[in-house]
Design a protein around this ligand. Sequence first.
Ligand code: SP5
Ligand code: ZN
Length: 358
Amino acid sequence: MKVVHSDAHRRHEPAHEVQAGEVIGLYEVPARAEAIRAVLAADATFHLVDPETHGRAPIDAVHDPDLVRYLEHAWTDWVADGGPTTAIPDTFRHPGLRAGMGAGRPPVTGLGRLGYWSFDTATPMVEGTYGAARAAVDVALTATDLVLGGEPAAYALCRPPGHHAPRGAFGGYCFFNNVAVAAQHARHAGAARVAVLDVDYHHGNGTQQIFYERPDVAFVSLHADPDRAYPYVTGFADETGTGAGRGTTRNLLLPAGCDDVTYLGLLDAALEHVDRSAPDLVLVSLGVDTYGDDPIGDLSLTGAVYGPAGAAIGSLGRPTVVVQEGGYHLPTVGANVRSFLRGLMATPIRPAPPSAPG
Ligand code: SP5
Ligand code: ZN
């Protein structure tokens, strides 16, 4: 299986994040991606390839172009404003602030603009962040091109992750929604129907928001109940899509302490929804923060679950792009991703239908 990877992620290395009011060390560190790369590089089943540059257009097709332009200049803005070496906002665009008074105008200072586009304090930015985020999108797009070109499956080793970023904001360690940009790119390249299956511990709120009204991109997510877990305000079972997208979003909730058997049963239920959407291409948002020892998760999954989970997804028999999201337990993150990918490959997958000219 081809593994798309870029070194650019290493320059996204903030010193700290703010979680629940405390300044703490970063969870979303470069060592995560390095650990995954090292494990896959040591296994002859996997072949590392560099991403192809795709430019800004595929990102503008999914995100508010003003957000994309903001992120491009965010660091320069921040420095011009005299900000320190790690950028974290302090004032957010809460809807209540201007309720009943119209939209107003966007702030002009670096700090003001940061809080205008960000939705949390746990997604710090440094000088190399924008380059890393752009490279992560290219990694996802390149893996998608490989599968559209006939590979049965490919793995995008994205960092920073993407699934928390909605159309017009960033947060949750995510800047651009890598999997959403890839899904839209696949549609543009001729895949009539696409499904995103999100198995990160956290709800993929950004991906759900981007495709909530879309009949052509299904979103199925298996995640910790937002009544106890980040992002708290999305991911409930009664969120099923709206308008033309009614019924194309599905959320399945995992209980605290969820074990391997319970998990695989719920994954089967999620896969029924994916299969029913009859996708030409499946994109998996893979987070291994579902692992029992993950520092920010609360499930009880063992390393033995990832092979069968990958195999269950592979048994759909559909072309599949796996996009990396979370997973913060450094000693096991590589082995768990490897088990998942090997499981996925254990079942033969039909190649994608030839894509129509874009
Ligand atoms: C991609 C991804 O996995 N993003 C996750 C972002 C989570 N950010 C804040 C999490 C707050 C969790 N508090 C956990 C307390 C654990 N002791
Ligand atoms: Zn996560």
